[in-house]
Design a protein around this ligand. Sequence first.
Ligand code: UD1
Length: 361
Amino acid sequence: MPKKIVSIVGARPQFVKAAVVSRQIQLCEAVTEVMVHSGQHYDFELSNVFFEQLSLPPPEHHLAVGSGSHAQQTADILTACEEVLLAEKPDWVLVYGDTNTTLAGALAAAKLCIPVAHVESGLRSFNRAMPEEVNRIVTDSISDVLFAPTKTAFDQLRTEGQPESNIELVGDVMYDAALQFGELAQKSSKVIDELGIAGAEFVLSTIHRAENTDDLGRLGNIMQALADLSKSTIVVLPLHPRTKHAIARLNWPDERFGRIRFIPPASFLDMLQLEKSAQLIVTDSGGVQKEAYFHRVPCVTLRTETEWVELVEHGWNRLLDPRQPEVMARGLLQASANSGEDIQLYGNGDAAQKIVARLAG
Ligand code: UD1
């Protein structure tokens, strides 16, 4: 009998990670997969487009929880997952990353004594004001197998007392994804032409973290810095709905945003193309920091800490504090010239294969 894995996903980056792991599961006779979508992300651009483009199997269970406060959303996913897990009786529950879906999926399984495997385990920002940090710590502490993407993450789990036999350093599934979907993006994405920026130098920016969007002072500093930058170079900003709502609350006249090109949230393939072609990436996303490095594009992260510390250590990423507008503006102007050491930081592109081998074993 093949082992049954229930994979629980719900937010945009999880669909990408699950796509590469799902592909490996389909190639392995010793395991089968049941996909559960929590419904944390529900807009077409944040959800369906990923399933379509990345050939992710449609979810067998869609929990349709939608948005809400942290407690409400987590509780809704927890309750709905319990019902699915009781019916499916899997051998493993597989969760990804650090969202409310990750936490709720892992907790529902742990309470039913179903073994939990966590992909992207061991990352820490050491900032408990971030909801993601709380999600990571709790999920890791109740998981049975911890798939660490980096040596730093592996060492962190050891430091926290996790037995070495439960931790596996597999590399980063996002690197697998960039390799697997890079060619498809090159062939099929039309985003650069559609934006009319073929051959042009441009800065790509994404901002969506609660710490940057919910504090209007901080968001205003970021938007001002990007607006100033847009006077000398094209700035392309795909807008997460959270950021769109927050920007509306700034109540700025249009001209104050300079020549920032606001566009709808980009699909994964369009994002890969934009990242690859940009001269500089300015972000607060974890995934985008690494994708910048995969394409060897300099990156600035508008946060005071990052979970992906090796990018900063090796010169590929620079942290700038959005609470310090002058330092941020100066840093952004200099950042295109940054470059780092040419080393392999996130594995060999076979993280998904290693994950499935462990679950099948
Ligand atoms: C979530 C994750 C974050 C991850 C991000 C990826 C948590 C705590 N955070 O953040 O770690 O980096 O996903 O994108 O789980 N909204 C829509 N349409 C949607 C989804 C959300 O309009 O399809 C709006 C709603 O107003 C919602 C807000 O965006 O309240 C925030 O969504 P939520 O899923 O809570 O968090 P994200 O910021 O997306």
